[in-house]
Design a protein around this ligand. Structure first.
Ligand code: KPL
Length: 315
């Protein structure tokens, strides 16, 4: 297949590199500032077995036609720009593997401004649990294949025909792909866990595994349970035992990871706090619910980002 991967951060590098190794024709789209470097060096993936270097086509804008599938592998704060970069591209199926909630809405709105008349026909949301850490543009450490959830076709709306295309594509590169019924609940499950892990590890500067001990454990679990109250109002009920077990599993599985939000803060970049905890707060507010701990941590992360990054201000 001919695949365009927009973004060469952690997940973009791992997906693009693995797809190229599996024999697909891959074009990676990077920021102009990184173009020459990634073109010269190719992609670099480090894993348990060593370092793999992969040659792919590297561009600073998406190719105009002839491609089969697109993966927008950018952070939520870059998603609208990445979607708008598809302006001159004929509509084609687009995978959205971002953390957070409301991602489809953002992509849909941006693609409409880019002139696509019915983006919903092409957008396939994914819940991504592939463990990857960015090492620089086009370079990533990969902690193993991990699982990617896609909506069961009957839950994918107008984009249903494209779910199988992404399923086969990702599976062909060795990723565990599962079609999930109750996909909306899976999105919330991931968002709740991210809302509990990411801001605490980011503000405290600790790897995920530190959350297993106090004082971080209680702080993180309080956020988890606040978020679950918002999820319940949105129609997705999680018993404490269920969501606690999810949290524990993810924290243990990713114990050595520095969360993506911690990595963003370390680099003085914006974070995904708004798409994760901000969306949870907005859902709660729409149902007349206040989540004081979540509100406080969103303010702290936002302030930290604003203090350290010129890119943090919304543009
Ligand atoms: O998704 C993650 C992230 O860092 O964004 C977790 C699962 C918390 C792993 O670090």
């Amino acid at each position: 297949m001919r695949v365009v991967v927009v973004g060469a951060g952690a997940i973009g590098t791992v997906l693009a590199g693995s797809l190229a190794v599996a024999g697909h024709s891959v074009t990676v789209v990077v920021r102009p500032a990184y173009l020459e470097r990634v073109r010269a060096d190719g992609l670099r993936i480090e894993d348990e077995s060593g370092t793999t270097r992969v040659r792919v086509t590297v561009e600073d804008r998406p190719p105009l036609d002839g491609e089969d599938l697109t993966i927008l592998a950018v952070k939520t704060f870059d998603l609208a720009d990445a979607a708008r970069s598809l302006r001159a591209v004929l509509p084609l199926p687009v995978l959205l593997p971002q953390n957070g909630l409301g991602v489809e809405r953002t992509a849909d709105a941006a693609l409409r401004t880019a002139g696509w008349s019915d983006p919903g026909r092409y957008l396939v949301r994914a819940v991504n649990s592939v463990p990857a850490t960015a090492l620089g543009p086009g370079a990533a450490r990969w902690g193993g294949h991990g699982e990617i959830l896609l909506p069961a076709p009957e839950e994918a709306g107008k984009a249903a025909p494209h779910v199988a295309e992404f399923q086969h594509l990702l599976a062909s590169a060795g990723f565990g792909v599962r079609l999930a019924s109750g996909f909306g609940r899976e999105l919330w499950r991931k968002a709740l866990v991210n809302a509990a892990i990411n801001p605490v590890t980011a503000l405290r500067g600790v790897p995920n595994g530190e959350l297993l001990g106090e004082p971080y454990r209680s702080e993180s679990l309080e956020l988890l349970h606040e978020g679950a109250r918002a999820a319940a109002r949105a129609g997705f009920v999680f018993a404490d035992a269920e969501i606690d077990a999810d949290w524990e599993r993810v924290v243990r599985f990713t114990a050595a990871n520095r969360s993506s939000m911690l990595q963003d803060l370390d680099r003085g970049r914006p974070t995904e706090i708004d798409a994760i905890s901000g969306e949870i707060l907005r859902t709660a507010a729409a149902h007349g619910l206040d989540l004081p701990r979540t509100r406080a941590i969103v303010e702290l992360v936002t302030a930290r980002v604003a203090a350290s990054s010129p890119r943090a201000q919304p543009s």
